[in-house]
Design a binder for this molecule. Structure first.
Ligand code: RM4
Ligand code: MN
Ligand code: MN
Length: 430
């Protein structure tokens, strides 16, 4: 075991353990009465995995400001150390998703080794053609793949090819393409031509996909473009994926829908079309808020997982979703926010496992609306915290990750080690 990670998961306090054992026994007994095998549910949680975003390990910010915390990672290597802490405490995050060039490795082989020594691997790589980078020949001000200038489009395609090369050397198996392309004013660009250009560029990227890789297209309704985003909705994303071929699938970011969109329905449609590739988990109230998953709409999250668990049980063709987190941790400690996130995802996932599917299907057949809805609510209303705690404990992770993280003093130690060159020290009073 890496010394850095030693002692993170010390035995919980005796009374915490005793309380947990009682709560777990009560829940197990309750589930038994409902015909649910608690061990199977615990095993399902233990199999659940989600990737951590490299850009979610430092403190995020808005265009109004950023409030970094002491001891936050300064380098990609330090970000991986923090990601390893999240994995050690949850047992559920063995891979990191890199954003290129935000988190471009200087030495790919060395980084892969460093990650492996921390027990980590790499998930989808994310290309970034939404910002100009120093030394770049052409500007993305008017878009990347949709740009009217062929030289800009070429540059953007080449960036994606390079991103895949890096990903391949790291052992990743997919690329996520999110484009900021769009227009701010009616008339700024041709709505049809811009989409055709995006498809054409994606074809070039798709043609270079390494063996065994998948390409995910990620849609977003607005921001940074405010009038018309080129890949603005799941319909556009599906058109792209279907035109590209079998190894292209759609990625659903939970914050990338207009308010009140029925996301579980979108998920069901994509599953039906064998085109659900992956998720970016987060939560939102208004738009792409990047808040902690489950913090605002936990029932919605559960309903999404219900669709996922149904597809998993039915072993549907083409169903192999890649789960990732995409959040910006602006005022919480990023590690704590990720620990909360994973816990919320594990809870939503296992609640979906508790749904009595046979009963639900029966009620649907005879049109018993009340009982059908109640079947879902019975699962959602179950307090599954002892169950996910037990799953983590059996997997050698922490019963209560936040408590274990706070008790470890990890962040305080890093605040001493990771002194920023700017000498910035956050004010002590909050
Ligand atoms: C976008 C989108 C992408 C993410 C960037 C940082 O809104 O969610 O997935 O990589 O933000
Ligand atoms: Mn995203
Ligand atoms: Mn986003």
């Amino acid at each position: 075991m890496n010394t850095l990670l030693d002692h993170l998961v010390d035995a919980p306090a005796t009374d915490a353990l005793r309380d947990h054992e009682r709560d777990y026994a009560t829940l197990a007994e309750q589930l038994d009465r409902r015909g649910v095998r608690v061990d199977a549910a615990v095993d399902a949680v233990r199999r659940f995995e989600v990737a951590v975003p490299s850009w979610g390990l430092g403190t995020g910010g808005t265009r109004f400001g950023r409030f970094p915390g002491a001891g936050e990672p300064r380098t990609l290597e330090e970000k991986l150390e923090d990601a390893a802490v999240v994995h050690r405490l949850t047992g559920a995050t063995p891979r990191v998703s890199l954003h290129i060039p935000w988190d471009e490795p200087r030495d790919v082989a060395a980084l892969r080794e460093h990650a492996a020594s921390l027990g980590l691997g790499f998930d989808a790589v994310n290309s970034n053609t939404f910002q100009d980078q120093p030394g770049q020949s052409h500007s993305y001000r008017l878009g990347s793949f949709s740009n009217p200038d062929a030289a800009v489009r070429r540059q953007a395609v080449e960036h994606n090819l390079r991103t895949m090369e890096i990903g391949k050397a790291l052992g990743a198996e997919s690329i996520t393409v999110w484009l900021a392309d769009g227009s701010n004013y009616p008339g700024q660009m041709s709505l049809r031509k811009s989409f055709d250009r995006v498809l054409d560029c994606l074809r070039q990227v798709y043609a270079a996909l390494p063996a065994g890789w998948r390409l995910f297209t990620e849609h977003k309704p607005y921001e940074p473009a405010f009038y018309a985003t080129v890949v603005q909705d799941w319909g556009s994303s599906l058109l792209l994926a279907q035109s590209l071929g079998e190894r292209a699938q759609c990625l659903v970011d939970l914050g990338h829908h207009l308010p009140n969109t029925n996301i579980e329905l979108v998920v069901a449609r994509l599953i039906g079309a064998e085109k659900l590739g992956g998720f970016h988990f987060n939560d939102s109230k208004y738009g792409d808020d990047d808040l902690t998953a489950g913090s605002i709409k936990p029932y919605g999250l559960f309903l999404i997982f219900h669709e996922l668990v149904l597809a998993e049980r039915e072993r549907l063709a083409g169903f192999r979703p890649s789960y990732m987190i995409d959040q910006s941790h602006n005022i919480k400690d990023p590690i704590e926010d990720l620990l909360q996130t994973v816990d919320q995802l594990q809870q939503a996932y296992v609640k979906a496992q508790l749904v009595d599917h046979a009963a639900l299907a029966g009620y649907q057949e005879v049109g018993d609306v009340v009982m059908a809805e109640r079947t879902l609510k019975d699962a959602f209303a179950t307090d599954v915290r002892p169950l996910v705690g037990e799953a983590r404990r059996r997997g050698g992770a922490a019963l209560d990750p936040i408590a274990a993280f706070r008790a470890s003093g990890y962040r305080a130690r890093k605040a001493i080690e990771r002194v920023t060159t700017s000498g910035y020290v956050p004010p002590q009073s909050l």
